[in-house]
Design a protein around this ligand. Structure first.
Ligand code: XIL
Length: 586
């Protein structure tokens, strides 16, 4: 017991060791009132009244900090000389920049459009981009911020670091560089995830959603970017987390924004990856011109107009990427959350749709759809997509349908019904946004298998699992299921780093510095296990055969030593490994 405690203490000491840090600015050596230059990157004049000045910390008068006020100064940041003898190349040997940030509550013209940007001379090494301007944390309190950046080649002797907004006030302190350890070496392919999936040769893909922060296509074009490398070295499939959704790709009627998707498709082609398209028909992230409400046809479009909007949307996008986007989430989250009506035996084969612009606005064909309106949009959406690219695989996608329960039954009923109607559907997506401890692995396997009976593929489309002591194990279980279930063709993580996740429960495989978490190693172990099992040594007929053999089960455990070779046939029915080869006993 004592020994274990001692070990535990040693271990925690080891893991608590700080990563190597270099302090650039804590402002303590500066006089209050010292001015730092404010630089406008595009070279426009800095707005009058703006400043960056050393001041007392608003929460502790003994501490000095930098106080920044920006007035009409878009793209303007404080400029800091690099310390004597410390070069831009030294700067780039670190992988992340960290600082403390304080944003006061009350301002004239308070503007919350806040992105961090870091420049070395005139080269940008980091810029936070998010189409939804994420919550930047509470005001009136110091927050720790840390961002992994991209090294650049430059002789610059200064750097810029600040927030990007035209009117805002903030305080900075303790600006430092942090050398982050990733925990694995992604330049060695045998340490990455995709290596083992590809080695299995079963055509499966391990995928990832590229974060919204990649709105800036520059990152997608930069293969040296740490994020790019983490993605293409570990994954062989990509999905856009947001940028292919209706609101982004057709923001106004008939005007399509293909920049991000083009860059994503090119990125995937450069790196031998497949692309999943997400998503063509959904009730959320719709532009205002389609509807201003998630559950209504707010502009009262006629059913014909809505069908033509949907047809033009789907046809334009799917044909543009014909042959380049392997599969599409055609209809996303169309089921109502409450499928209580399935309790009634008369309804046991039915499903109920949620109210949306599509279900409410398009026709009234299915008597059992939500409040007796429109299932028609589902059929139409699949047909439009199929017509535009007959080789693309087409999916439904939903949540809360993964491990059983009435919504899972409704999902099965809907898929079955589409097949019966000969709608071109190839598979279903199980989103798998799990809270800690809710994974029911037997239920998940059952759900995957009953879709196999319908001849459908299943893709784990949006996997993330809230952090807990069991996170790594839960990821391992799902990765094993993905590899073992024949019709489970792909498994996609909903984001790369915990920092960019849409959930704040650290649900992904990489931390803010893109360092591998225990969940990464658990997934890798599962993929590797399947690879080891899949490799049967080449049979060598010339090899003299011993009359006695050791027998292993598929999990690699020895179940008999020195058994007579012919006795193997009398083992219980199953698959065994004998002399390194699989042997089936019937
Ligand atoms: C989420 C994105 O991750 C967020 O960035 C965005 O703000 C909202 O949408 N089901 C889906 C995904 O099908 O498209 C959603 O993605 C998560 C739930």
């Amino acid at each position: 017991m004592k020994k274990i405690c001692f070990l535990a203490v040693l271990l925690s000491l080891f893991t608590a060791l700080p990563a190597e840090e270099y302090l650039l600015y804590d402002f303590e050596n500066y006089e209050i009132g010292t001015k730092f230059n404010l630089k406008n990157v595009p070279g426009r004049p800095v707005g009058e009244g703006s400043y960056a000045v050393v001041a007392a910390d608003p929460t502790d008068s003994n501490n000095k900090v930098l106080h920044v006020l920006l007035v009409n100064s878009w793209d303007t940041y404080p400029e800091y000389p690099l310390p004597d003898g410390f070069t831009a190349a030294d700067f780039c040997t670190y992988q992340s920049v960290a600082f403390s940030l304080y944003r006061p509550q009350v301002l004239p013209k308070n503007n919350d459009y806040m992105q961090t940007a870091v420049w070395l001379g005139d080269k940008k090494v980091y810029q936070e981009e998010h189409p939804n301007y994420p919550d930047q944390g509470p005001r009136d309190t110091w927050l720790e911020k840390r961002y992994a950046f991209t090294p650049v080649e430059t002789e610059a002797s200064n750097f810029l670091l600040g927030l990007h907004s035209d009117n805002m006030e903030y305080y900075l302190d303790n600006i430092r560089l942090v050398r982050a350890e990733k925990g694995y070496d992604y330049t060695d392919e045998t340490q990455t995830l995709r290596y083992y999936v590809e080695k299995c040769g079963n055509g499966k893909h391990i995928g990832v959603a590229t974060p919204s922060s990649w709105k800036n296509v520059i990152d997608l074009n930069n293969d040296l970017h740490d994020m790019s490398q983490t993605v293409f070295r570990n994954f062989n499939m990509v999905v856009a987390e947001d940028n292919m959704k209706f609101a982004y790709i057709e923001p106004s009627q008939g005007n399509f924004e293909f920049g991000y998707t083009d860059a994503l498709v090119a990125f995937a082609e450069r790196h031998g990856m497949e692309v999943r398209g997400h998503t063509l028909c959904w009730h959320k992230q719709l532009p205002d011109w389609v509807t201003t409400s998630e559950d209504r046809n707010s502009h009262n479009y006629s059913s014909d107009s809505l069908l033509s909007i949907l047809r033009n949307h789907i046809t334009t996008i799917v044909s543009r990427y014909k042959g380049q986007i392997a599969e599409w989430d055609v209809v996303n989250e169309c089921l109502a959350d409450d499928q209580g009506n399935l309790r009634n035996p008369a309804n046991k084969d039915k499903y109920f749709l949620r109210p949306s612009v599509w279900s409410k606005g398009i026709g009234a064909k299915l008597e059992w759809s939500y409040d007796n309106t429109g299932g028609d949009f589902i059929d139409s959406a699949f047909f439009y997509a199929h017509r535009a690219d007959p080789d693309a695989k087409l999916f439904l996608n939903d949540y809360g349908v993964e491990c059983g329960g009435r919504k899972a039954d409704a999902y099965y009923n809907l898929a079955k019904h589409l097949i019966e109607k000969k709608i071109p559907i190839h598979g279903v997506g199980l989103q798998c946004h799990f809270d800690a401890g809710v994974l029911d692995s037997a239920g998940l396997v059952r759900q995957i298998q009953r879709f196999q009976e319908l001849g459908l593929e299943v893709v784990i489309t949006e996997l993330d699992i809230a952090s807990s002591g069991k996170q790594a194990d839960e990821f391992r279980t799902i990765a094993n299921i993905f590899m073992e279930q024949e019709n489970c063709s792909n498994m996609v993580l909903w984001g790369v780093s915990d920092r960019d996740s849409w959930r704040n429960s650290s649900p992904l495989l990489f931390d803010a510095d893109l360092a591998a978490k225990p969940a990464f190693f658990a997934v890798r172990d599962a993929l590797k296990r399947q690879y080891v099992l899949s490799v049967a040594p080449v049979p060598n007929d010339a090899r003299p055969q011993s009359p006695y053999v050791d027998v292993y089960n598929l999990a690699g455990q020895k179940i008999a030593s020195g058994m007579r070779r012919e006795s193997v046939n009398f083992l219980p029915t199953g698959i065994y490994i004998v002399d390194g080869e699989k042997v089936m006993v019937r």
